[in-house]
Design a protein around this ligand. Structure first.
Ligand code: ADP
Ligand code: ADP
Length: 227
């Protein structure tokens, strides 16, 4: 069976003051455990909506989605999500930010703090544990955001255009960094990106979504030599 599964997903947004939007229509796909999938497609085709549904952050109108065999029906502990802009809390240190999911889920502080330090070291942030987000570059903040998404050892990692706000060089560096993190954790990962080269570089498979109404047009399998 599959580690991530979406079957016949429908999503209609019904804003109070404007017409409904059919953001997703009969979207189906599945990911094997340990697979890295990228989703590409033009703005407004439903990529963010799909990730938010998988993370259990918004309800869906029809269909079904499962993560690690469990039906998604609310914010899911089995998911780690990295957002477009670094969403670190400015009044908390980098280490305290990485520990946020541990506090929310009331996990053991001591073991997870050791893990947080390991993760920060893995992404090159050793020595920055006690700094505040404002003292770090955008790329460093995104790296801390990835640590926060991984701290509770989620079954899947969802990344919504995580490097979109970074300059081209930092972005390339972050791609290498993410590949290294993925190779270490082997999480099942879904990355939403506007960059085809980024998708090709990082994924086992690339999913292309069509503009409207958010259907999956084609699934391209890219065989990458994994070391
Ligand atoms: P993408 O991430 O591919 O840019 P989105 O998932 O953000 O696409 O949006 C898909 C469609 O749903 C768009 O037409 C967008 O305007 C609409 N949409 C997204 N979020 C909302 C919302 N909260 N309320 C109403 N419409 C929304
Ligand atoms: P972006 O992906 O551009 O960073 P979002 O994911 O929040 O931003 O929204 C994607 C699209 O959904 C945008 O085109 C935005 O206009 C639309 N959208 C977001 N929230 C709403 C809303 N409450 N009502 C209508 N459209 C929305």
């Amino acid at each position: 069976s599959h580690w991530i599964e979406a079957r016949g997903l429908d999503k209609v947004y019904r804003p109070r003051k404007s017409a409904p939007t059919h953001a997703l229509s009969d979207v189906s796909f599945a990911a094997r455990r340990g697979e890295f999938i990228s989703i590409v497609g033009p703005s407004g085709c439903g990529k963010t909506t799909l990730l938010k549904i998988l993370a259990g952050l918004i309800p869906y109108t029809g269909g079904e989605t499962r993560i690690a065999g469990k039906r998604v029906s609310g914010p899911d502990k089995g998911v780690g999500m990295v957002f477009q802009a670094a969403t670190l809390l400015p009044w908390r240190t980098i280490l305290e930010n990485v520990m946020v999911p541990v506090e929310i889920q009331k996990l053991d502080r001591k073991t997870h703090e050791a893990r947080a330090r390991e993760l920060l070291e893995l992404v090159g942030l050793r020595g920055f544990e006690n700094k505040y987000p404002g003292e770090l570059s955008g790329g460093m903040q995104q790296r801390a955001g990835i640590c926060r998404a991984l701290i509770h050892d989620p079954a899947v990692l969802l990344l919504d255009e995580p490097f979109g706000a970074l300059d081209a060089m930092t972005r390339e560096f972050m791609n290498l960094e993410l590949l290294r993190i993925w190779q270490e954790s082997r999480k099942t990962a879904i990355l939403v990106t506007h960059s085809i080269p980024e998708a090709v570089f990082l994924s086992d498979r690339v999913i292309v979504m069509t503009p409207r109404p958010g259907r999956i047009a084609e699934i391209i399998t890219i065989d990458l030599p994994r070391p």
